[in-house]
Write a protein that binds this ligand. Structure first.
Ligand code: APR
Ligand code: PHB
Length: 386
């Protein structure tokens, strides 16, 4: 068995890469350990930079995104019982779009299959060989080898491809926070996202549609979901979002809940020989800055272009620049995500002095044009290409 580009993982990185390569006439095979239903159901983030929307739209997979995605022009920072709007579009000229990652995954799978693309579900990659490029995987109890020109390691943080980069340097930060994410069958209580800081911890009000809300609470990453019955979740959300003017949070049935730890992680370089890492396989950001999905899209956009140039002209220049090009953006996103995370979360080890500093920092961000512009240009992604 042989293909040009063997792609490990059918997350947004692997699927979009396969789609972008197809548009350039380059064959690929995507190997995914889970089944299609699992991959399409998995709840993840959902805030897209304008650049991400452009990539999806320009490559012909933006039809449903254009119909169902919600274009936003601002977010709210809420602290001390008051909301402060960050006018993203006014400050940067750009918008952001709320459209769930899981919907992007569905759109990409449909587009790949409609174009005759090959996605092998239930195919667990066991090892990748970056030098005699090939991927060994198990499907239906049998072991197979897929030979290729190039491997794209898009198998996420827990995947195997990163291990095939000898001497890889990893940089890691565990944050002492977890996010309890909730999908609720209730109309959002806000039109724009609310990032709230209170003495009780962080909370985020996001949305999925005019009828479905997406909410997050800072919790101890070691917390058991059993400690968070629905009533406790709603009353904690209410306490953290409370304003002095009596803003009200609508509640409703909770459809899904899960706790995820927060970490920053970067693997350098993102390439070894014929293996290129992309997305969560190479880097993780805490979700406060909404950068994870956008970074994955940006990596594979760079990679598709570099592979296109290599197949067209034989020039490896862009491929050789791949890791450096991506890492510049990755580290900007790591810093912004760290900055947003520390700005908005209550550190369990923090004293009253630290809490006061944080309130002062928030007040400054809300009041200063320079400071709020820093937040805005990072949030919309404009600062990520600097
Ligand atoms: N063999 C085959 N597939 C694998 C293997 C393996 N050994 N290990 C992991 N996978 C699959 C996972 O099941 C998953 O579907 O690789 C895929 C990786 O997808 P994601 O985790 O979604 O990663 P990525 O495509 O890089 O997308 C990054 O996802 O976690 C969010 O915040 C992150 O939004 C960002 C996005
Ligand atoms: C989401 O809608 O899931 C979301 C939005 C913004 C974030 C994180 C998650 O910062």
């Amino acid at each position: 068995m042989r293909t040009k580009v063997a792609i490990t993982g059918a997350g947004p990185a692997g699927l979009l890469l396969s789609h972008l390569l197809h548009l350039r006439g380059i064959d690929s095979v995507v190997l995914e350990s889970r089944d299609r239903a699992y991959v399409e159901r998995r709840q993840r983030a959902g805030m897209l930079e304008q650049g991400t929307v452009d990539v999806l739209r320009d490559s012909g997979v933006g039809e449903r995104l254009d119909r169902e995605g919600l274009t936003h022009h601002g977010i709210e920072l809420r602290f001390g019982g008051t909301g402060h709007r960050v006018p993203l579009t006014e400050l940067t000229g750009r918008t952001v779009t709320v459209y769930a990652q899981t919907e992007i995954v569905k759109d990409l799978i449909a587009a790949r299959l409609a174009a005759g693309g090959e996605i092998r579900f239930g195919a667990e990659v066991l090892a990748v060989d970056a030098s005699a490029p090939s991927v060994t995987y198990r499907q239906d109890g049998e072991t197979h080898t897929l030979e290729c020109d190039v491997i794209a390691g898009c198998d996420g943080f827990h995947g195997v491809s990163r291990r095939a980069v000898p001497g890889v340097t990893t940089y890691e930060r565990e944050y002492p926070f977890g996010w309890l994410g909730v999908l609720a069958d209730v109309a959002p209580s806000t039109d724009e996202l609310i990032y709230a800081y209170s003495e009780r911890g962080f909370a985020l009000h996001s949305l999925r549609s005019p009828r479905i809300s997406r909410l997050y609470l800072q919790v101890d990453p070691a917390d058991d979901l059993a400690a968070w019955p629905d009533d406790r979740i709603w009353s904690e959300l209410r306490a953290r979002f409370a304003t002095r003017d009596g803003w009200e949070l609508r509640d409703g049935p909770i459809l899904e809940k899960a706790i995820t730890p927060m970490r920053g992680f970067v693997a350098e370089p993102m390439r070894h020989d014929r293996l290129f890492l992309a997305g969560d396989a190479a880097h993780i950001v805490p979700p406060t800055g909404a950068k994870g999905l956008n970074l994955a899209v940006s990596d594979v956009t760079v990679l598709a272009e570099a592979l296109g140039a290599w197949y067209d002209s034989g020039s490896a220049e862009l491929l050789d620049a791949y890791s450096g090009t991506c890492l510049k953006r990755v580290w900007r996103a790591e810093h912004f995500s760290y900055w947003m995370t520390t700005l908005l979360h209550r550190d369990p080890g923090q004293d009253a002095f630290g809490h006061r500093l944080q309130l002062s920092h928030l007040a400054y961000v809300a009041a200063s044009k320079a400071a709020v512009t820093t937040l805005a240009e990072n949030y919309v992604g404009a600062a990520l290409t600097l």
